[in-house]
Design a binder for this molecule. Structure first.
Ligand code: F0G
Length: 458
C-alpha cells in the first residue's frame, strides 16, 4: 500500500497539560472578564492563542543555546546570524531586536512621519499601531477576493495593483515612505502572497519612487505556498524561493517568534547601508547595541538555527499539513471557515457560525469564549475588538470579516490534539442556535484594546 504522510521529527521532551471541567472554565472566564488573554495558561488545555513564541525548539537549537557567545560587541553569535541573514535573504546588514514590533518601532522611528500614508496588505495590528501612533495612516490594498471567506484564490494575501497604484498616484510620493507587504498575511487569514505579486509591487514602488518592506514573520510558510501553488516554482528549493522573494524588498522586519521557531527575538534586514546606519541610532536607544539589540548570544544562535530549519521543505510540509488536517476535519463537521486554509492557523468564519449575534456584540469574541468553555481550547478573536476604534472618529471599526483564529504552535501538538480541537468546535457548532447573545465592553484601552479589554455577557 502507499505509505501515509507522517511528521518529519520525533519527540525528545514533553510537557504535561491538564484538562478542566466546564464548571471551572465558566468561573475562570468570568474572572478573566471574558478576555482569553487574561486566563492563566494552566487553565487552558490546548493553547491556540498564538503561534508566536510558542514553538518547540529542536535539539540542534538547544545545542546552539549552549555555545552562544555573550560578548557585548563582535560576538560570534551575532556574526553567525549576520551570515545566515545574508545567505537566506541577501541583505548585508541587519539589526537584532527583541521581537517583531520592536523592529517596527526602530525602523518606523526613522521612516514614518505624521501625515504619512502606508499602503499594504491588511497590516498586522502592531504594524498598524506603530503607524497610527505616529499619526500616519495605513491603507489596506488587499485584493477583494480575500474578503470572501469561501472563495478560492491561491494567493489571498496579494495586493490589488489597481488599489495600490491609486494610492501612489493620488498622494505626494514623499508622503508614502514605503509599502508594507506582510508574508503570509496574518490578518486576512494566514494567506500567502505570490512571487508574481511581490515582483509587481516592487516594480510599482520603484516606478513611483518608494520603498518596499516585507513584514516577514511567516516568510517560510509563504515560500512553501509559492512552491506548491505557483507555476514554475515546484522544482525550486524553499531557500531558492526565499532568496528570490527578497530581491523584491528593500528592507525586512522580522518577528522571529514565528518562522524562526524561537520563543523571543526579531530583526531588521537592510539592503541599504545608509538606512542601516541611521536606524542603528534608534536601535541603540530602544533595543541595545547593534550587535545584540535585545537578544542574548544564545538566543541569536537558536534563532539562526531556526531560520535554517524553517526553510527546509520537510519541516514546512509537516507544519502546513497539520494545519490543513485540522481545517479539513472542521469542514467535515460543516464548520464555516476561511478557505483556502492558512499557513499557521485555521480561521473560523464567526459571522456564518453565529448569525444571530449582532456585530455590536463582538461576534468573533463570543465564539472564542464558547470554544474555551466547551473544551478548554484557547483561540483568539480577529474581529471588531482587534480592529479597534478609528483613531479620528473613535467609532468602532467593523471589519469585513469576523474571524476566530486557531493558531497552531510549531512542532508542539499532535494530530490527536487536532482531533480534540475539531470535536470541541463541532460541539459548539451543534448548539449554535442556542447562542443568541454576545458580549459588551466594560473597559478598554485607547490603543490595541484587545489585549486588556474587559467584557461581560450581554
Ligand atoms: N507582523 C506580523 C504579521 C505578526 O503576526 C506579528 C505578531 C508581528 C508583526 C509582531 O511581532 O509579536 O514579535 O512583536 N503576531 C503575533 C500573533 C502576536 O499572534 O499573530 P511580535
Amino acid at each position: 500500500m502507499e505509505l501515509p504522510f507522517a511528521e518529519s521529527y520525533k519527540i525528545k521532551m514533553v510537557e504535561t497539560i491538564r484538562r478542566s471541567t466546564r464548571q471551572e472554565r465558566e468561573k475562570w472566564l468570568k474572572e478573566a472578564y471574558y478576555n482569553l488573554f487574561n486566563l492563566r495558561s494552566e487553565y487552558v488545555y490546548i493553547d491556540l492563542l498564538t503561534d508566536s513564541g510558542t514553538g518547540a525548539m529542536s535539539d540542534k537549537q538547544w545545542a546552539e543555546m549552549m555555545i552562544g557567545d555573550e560578548s557585548y560587541a563582535g560576538a560570534s553569535s551575532y556574526l553567525k546570524m549576520k551570515a545566515v541573514i545574508k545567505e537566506l535573504f541577501g541583505f548585508n546588514d541587519f539589526l537584532p531586536t527583541h521581537q517583531g514590533r520592536a523592529a517596527e518601532n526602530v525602523l518606523f522611528s526613522l521612516l514614518v512621519k505624521a501625515g504619512d500614508i502606508i499602503p499594504g496588505n491588511s497590516h498586522f495590528d502592531t504594524t498598524k499601531g506603530h503607524i497610527e501612533f505616529r499619526h500616519a495612516h495605513a491603507v489596506d490594498c488587499t485584493i477583494d477576493e480575500a474578503f470572501h471567506p469561501t472563495l478560492y484564490h491561491p494567493f489571498k494575501g496579494n495586493l490589488d495593483l489597481n488599489k495600490l497604484e491609486e494610492v501612489l498616484k493620488s498622494n505626494p510620493i514623499e508622503k508614502i515612505p514605503f509599502i508594507v507587504v506582510t508574508l503570509t498575511c496574518n490578518t486576512s487569514g494566514g494567506q500567502p502572497v505570490s512571487m508574481e505579486n511581490l515582483k509587481a509591487v516592487y516594480e510599482m514602488a520603484k516606478k513611483y519612487g518608494t520603498l518596499v518592506i516585507f513584514d516577514s514573520a511567516r516568510f517560510a510558510e509563504n515560500a512553501y505556498f509559492i512552491k506548491t501553488r505557483e507555476p514554475g516554482y515546484g522544482d525550486k528549493t524553499i531557500k531558492e524561493i526565499v532568496k528570490e522573494m527578497y530581491t523584491y524588498a528593500d528592507v525586512m522586519t522580522m518577528s522571529s517568534k514565528k518562522d524562526a521557531i524561537v520563543n523571543m527575538g526579531g530583526f531588521i534586514g537592510f539592503g541599504d547601508r545608509k538606512m542601516y546606519e541611521e536606524a542603528s541610532v534608534y536601535n541603540i536607544m530602544f533595543e541595545g547595541f547593534v550587535t545584540y539589540g535585545g537578544m542574548s548570544g544564545r538566543d541569536m544562535n537558536a534563532l539562526t538555527q531556526g531560520l535554517l530549519e524553517s526553510t527546509e521543505f520537510d519541516y514546512l510540509q509537516t507544519r502546513i499539513k497539520q494545519v490543513e488536517y485540522l481545517g479539513e476535519k472542521l469542514k467535515q463537521y460543516g464548520v464555516p471557515l476561511l478557505e483556502p486554509i492558512g499557513g499557521h492557523a485555521v480561521f473560523l468564519d464567526a459571522k456564518s457560525f453565529l448569525p444571530a449575534i449582532p456585530k455590536e456584540q463582538y461576534i468573533a469574541q463570543t465564539l472564542a469564549v464558547e470554544i474555551y468553555l466547551e473544551g478548554g481550547v484557547r483561540a483568539v478573536e480577529i474581529g471588531t475588538l482587534l480592529a479597534d476604534r478609528d483613531p479620528d472618529t473613535r467609532e468602532n471599526r467593523y471589519p469585513a470579516m469576523e474571524l476566530v483564529r486557531l493558531a497552531i504552535p510549531r512542532r508542539v501538538y499532535t494530530n490527536s490534539h487536532m482531533d480534540y480541537i475539531a470535536a470541541t468546535v463541532a460541539n459548539v457548532f451543534e448548539r449554535r442556535n442556542q447562542i443568541t447573545k454576545g458580549l459588551k465592553i466594560l473597559r478598554e484601552a485607547p490603543i490595541m484594546r484587545h489585549f486588556t479589554v474587559e467584557l461581560d455577557r450581554v
